[in-house]
Design a protein. Structure first.
Length: 279
């Protein structure tokens, strides 16, 4: 059964607008069949769908290259692989049967048998169009839904070391960050100092969670929460203590860009899109 839901994402650009006008635009997205989940983790041990796709691209390229080189045996070998994997598309996702053109396969075979390389390439181009059409509609959504990380199960700790949710700790980070900024603006040194210490502790706690995804790889944590960040957080405390408000504000800006925004660019954007698509 075709289960193709449509969702509308409304984008409302509030910050561009004064009081009167509200500009709104919508994009229509077609969700992939839910049966695709079978071919991805965690339902499957491997990302079967994706690996089928990689094999398809390799077979297409091989046939193209061998057509160029007039290598008929090479074309035969890879046409067999292409056949198998192209037909698998509809075996795996019956809802997508009409997205492919299996009739092109025997044609391709015939041109290979006849060593008619020009028509081999032309047929490959026709097959490629079926690949492109499906990709245009579904590829980014499938990547977002099945291959982007989720954060609901990630364990983090609060500033005092109590177990907490990822989203709650993000709120807490935002509160600490803004508390420093507000206190700097209003010249409330003691509050700025305490909030900057909290921010530092919270970021240490957050850093302990990275390995739940980045197993045995310290580099990602170092990149965002490593030495450079540690030094900024230390300098921040010193400059708040010394009443250097401009310097403190500059450091806060650097932390916002190098810690929060940098991490959000790789993690949050895709995470949020995935959530929007699944809920
Ligand atoms: C792992 C890298 C990472 C770092 C570092 C990080 N964030 Fe986040 N942040 C995320 C992710 C991922 C989400 C989306 C969470 C989700 O989908 O549940 C998020 C979401 C948020 C949210 C929205 C929370 C909500 O209710 O959904 C806020 C606010 C936020 N972050 C603030 C910050 C601030 C401020 C900093 C820096 C002091 C920061 N974050 C640092 C990854 C990070
Ligand atoms: C019926 C739909 C459909 C058809 C037809 C299709 N694909 Fe795909 N393909 C997808 C989807 C969905 C993804 C996204 C998979 C993901 O990100 O996990 C994808 C991803 C890919 C990727 C991975 C791109 C990347 O770098 O991440 C390659 C390569 C690929 N397809 C090759 C092909 C080729 C070659 C053909 C034609 C011979 C083809 N596909 C036909 C649906 C299709
Ligand atoms: C829910 C899983 C998840 C968590 C938790 C997570 N990441 Fe990532 N992170 C990813 C994925 C997925 C990518 C993209 C590709 C990759 O490297 O696997 C990525 C990429 C990155 C990258 C860019 C690529 C690289 O390897 O340098 C950095 C930097 C990074 N993460 C830092 C962090 C930091 C710092 C934390 C902890 C505060 C963190 N991540 C927590 C899933 C996660």
């Amino acid at each position: 059964m075709q289960k193709s839901l449509s969702i509308i994402i409304s984008l409302c650009c509030v910050f561009l607008i004064s009081h009167s006008a509200v500009a709104e635009s919508t994009a229509k997205l077609t969700l992939p069949p839910a049966s695709l989940a079978k071919w991805y983790k965690p339902d499957n041990k491997r990302q079967v769908w994706l690996h089928t796709m990689f094999r398809l691209r390799r077979a297409m390229q091989a046939i193209n290259d061998y057509a160029d080189q007039n290598n008929q045996a090479g074309m035969q070998k890879w046409a067999e692989k292409l056949n198998k994997d192209y037909l698998k598309i509809a075996d795996m996702i019956p809802e997508w049967k009409k997205e492919i053109k299996p009739a092109l396969l025997p044609e391709l075979q015939m041109f290979i048998d006849n060593a008619d390389n020009k028509r081999v390439v032309a047929t490959l181009n026709m097959i490629q169009r079926t690949c492109d059409d499906c990709h245009d509609t579904y590829q980014p959504l499938v990547t977002a839904i099945y291959r982007s990380p989720g954060y609901d199960d990630i364990k983090v700790k609060t500033v005092t070391g109590k177990p907490s949710d990822f989203a709650d700790e993000m709120e807490a980070l935002s509160i600490a960050l803004n508390r420093v900024l507000i206190a700097l603006d209003d010249n409330q040194q003691a509050i700025a100092l305490q909030a900057s210490k909290d921010l530092r502790t919270q970021l240490h706690q957050l850093g302990e969670s990275c390995e739940q995804c980045h197993q045995e790889d310290p580099a990602p944590r170092e990149r965002i929460l490593g030495m450079a960040t540690e030094q900024r957080l230390q300098s921040l405390q010193t400059s708040i203590t010394n009443q250097q408000i401009k310097d403190s504000q500059k450091l806060m800006g650097e932390i916002g860009v190098n810690v929060c925004a940098r991490c959000h660019n790789t993690h949050r954007t895709l995470g949020d899109l995935r959530k929007a698509l699944l809920h």
